[in-house]
Write a protein that binds this ligand. Structure first.
Ligand SMILES: [Zn+2]
Length: 72
């Protein structure tokens, strides 16, 4: 997929990373297709078939971040 793209801002190679939700049980942030809908049970609905892990590339030159959802 997206292997170390070049930074569109400054041309430096970008490194793969992920956005963390830091706290008890640190987790990678997820991308959910559609708009958030309230759920009595979980706070907000996040259907498994519409939830994707996010991969974020970060530029070591200027700090620009670029995110993609994983295809799987
Ligand atoms: Zn850059």
């Amino acid at each position: 997929m997206h292997q170390n793209p070049e930074c569109p801002k400054c041309g430096t190679d970008m490194r793969e990373g992920w956005i963390a939700e830091i706290g008890r049980g640190t987790m990678p942030s997820q991308w959910v297709e559609g708009r958030p809908e309230s759920s009595l049970w979980t706070g907000t609905k996040a259907p498994a078939d519409k939830t994707f892990e996010i991969v974020t590339f970060g530029c070591s030159g200027c700090g620009y971040l670029e995110s993609y959802r994983r295809k799987e």
